[in-house]
Design a protein around this ligand. Structure first.
Ligand code: SAH
Ligand code: SF4
Ligand code: F3S
Length: 494
């Protein structure tokens, strides 16, 4: 398998060669983890002597963008240890970074583990690790202990920064290593990161969630809301900019409540204004915005910003005020629509996208029609639609009126059709315009084309070569294909 291309690392000042691995491990972080990275490097060097090649590692991500960012951190640590990274599970070390937001996310992991077991039987030296949100569930851990004995290392979301130390322990012994924490208030900065893209990057601004929407497992598996210090975030972004990154995506479960628990509180809008000043960063995105916390201050900052993209992901979940109350979302249909109107007035060409759940317990046809009504009224550029999935331990799971599968399926299909209709109408209205596009990759189907993303998050394919990757260019949108476009370069690079 080909090694990953296009990737960039963020190295820190700590030099692994200068670490005395025969001394006792330091107690402070991140020094302690660098010590264990140096220890693991001894192992990878020995592996190379024995096998005539470096050991290969595969990091598989199953979750949201925050999970994807965590996977980049795992990959960065593995690389610092001397592993090579590959896109195949036929590797010497495989780690699954799991998600548990819906049942099907879990099922994928159980399914893949079956394959890994078969592969490991033929390659007994292989090590398998599981981490991420699913591992924070007690019944998952029981199942692994009972039926997945071939797994070598299991850890959760709160101690992911300890990966180097945990892997070192797993390499030393044959028994399964399990380390799951209930919660943490700790944020460890400055661990290595291996970015998937050279020109864009996610940046965590906060961890956890305090909202407890009644259907959602995230607050239970990610713990309480913790914001990173603004100076740490700004330092990271400056470093990324110096490294050639032009677009950043600020990540948090509810970015609009950023900064509330800081020693010196700061609003999300203030943070954005600081980030805007960083030279080299051309585009700023963020996700996710909870409608209940989206402030006028933020709308004003978005309205006058040159760098914040004209795209807002604003999860609706349901259009029925009654269901929204049951979901503990703390806004109603009218407030949501009023918010949309306010944003559109301040940022006229903004693209709005959303998340919608169909089949929440007790959802009636009337409730569902309210959701359809909001979709029609807002006219989203795109929407992620989900069938409600019962998550153990959440308040909604205890509700009796679960909706029959065929009813949910019918509503889901109707919703999808409406969402696609709105999305196509929105896209078609852009045809003929010239838009700024960040070129992301050579088109997978046709290598005479490159593919890029506009500020509003629509994708356009146009003739060009790989030299354009990472550049922002002007592209004329010639033909709309529903949710993407064909176009052509219009004039000079920016
Ligand atoms: N923090 C973000 C969302 C994180 S989860 C927010 O509040 O918007 C991403 C999406 O998964 C949610 O917006 C929701 O639409 C969906 N989701 C969460 N729990 C779900 C469940 N139990 N069943 C179906 N979809 C769910
Ligand atoms: Fe889940 Fe709600 Fe938190 Fe989003 S805001 S992560 S949906 S509890
Ligand atoms: Fe999934 Fe965890 Fe993200 S449950 S959606 S990976 S926060």
């Amino acid at each position: 398998m080909a090694e990953r291309e296009n990737s960039r690392k963020m190295y820190n000042e700590i030099n692994l060669d200068k670490i005395d691995i025969n001394a006792n491990p330091p107690t402070e972080e991140p020094a302690r983890q660098y010590y264990f990275m140096a220890k693991c490097r001894q192992y990878t060097e020995q592996f190379q002597e024995e096998h005539g090649r470096i050991p290969m590692a595969h990091v598989q991500n199953y979750g949201c963008q925050m999970n994807a960012r965590d996977s980049e951190k795992l990959a960065g640590i593995l690389e610092a240890m001397g592993y090579g990274l590959i896109d195949s599970e036929e590797a010497d070390f495989v780690i699954y970074n799991t998600c548990t937001v819906r049942e099907n996310a879990n099922n994928k992991v159980w399914g893949r583990l079956g394959y890994l077991n078969v592969y490991k039987k033929k390659h007994p030296h292989m090590k398998i690790a599981l981490c991420g949100c699913m591992m924070q569930e007690a019944d998952v851990i029981e199942k692994i202990k009972k039926s997945y004995r071939f797994v070598d290392l299991v850890f959760g979301t709160h101690n992911i920064y300890k990966f180097a130390e945990l892997l070192y322990t797993a390499l030393q012994q044959n028994d399964m290593v399990i380390d799951i924490w209930k919660d943490t208030d700790k944020i460890v900065e400055d661990l290595p990161v291996e970015r998937k893209y050279a020109f864009k990057s996610g940046v965590n601004i906060m961890f956890g969630c305090n909202n407890f929407c009644s259907y959602c497992i995230v607050p239970y598996v990610r713990g309480r809301e913790r914001s990173r210090k603004p100076q740490d975030i700004l330092r990271e972004i400056k470093k990324l900019a110096a490294d050639g990154v032009v677009e950043i995506m600020l990540l948090g479960q509810n970015v609009n409540s950023y900064g509330k628990n800081l020693h010196e509180p700061m609003t999300f809008a203030q943070l954005l204004s600081e980030i805007e000043k960083i030279e080299g960063i051309e585009r700023i995105r963020f996700m996710t915005s909870h409608p209940k916390d989206l402030s006028d201050e933020l709308i004003a900052v978005m309205g006058k910003s040159r760098k914040i993209c004209n795209h807002l992901h604003l999860p609706l979940q349901s259009g029925s005020s009654r269901i929204l109350k049951e979901m503990n979302r703390r806004y109603d249909k009218e407030q949501y629509l009023a918010l949309v109107a306010k944003i559109r007035a301040a940022v006229p060409d903004i693209a709005l996208t959303t998340d919608i759940i169909v089949g929440f317990p007790g959802e009636t046809e009337e409730d569902f029609l309210e959701t359809m009504d909001v979709v029609k009224k807002v006219g989203y550029e795109s929407a992620f639609t989900f069938i409600y999935s019962k998550r153990t331990g959440t308040p909604a799971a205890a509700k009796e009126e679960q909706i029959p599968e065929e009813v949910v399926k019918d509503r889901f299909d109707r919703l999808l059709k409406e969402v696609q209709r709105c999305s196509t109408a929105r896209a078609e209205a852009l045809t003929g315009r010239t838009e700024e596009v960040l070129v992301e990759e050579v088109n997978e189907q046709d290598d005479t084309l490159v593919s890029g993303r506009m500020g509003n998050n629509f994708i356009v394919h146009f003739p060009g070569d790989k030299g354009l990757i990472g550049k922002i260019v002007k592209v004329k949108l010639k033909e709309c294909k529903g949710f993407y476009f064909y176009g052509e370069l219009d004039g000079q690079e920016r």
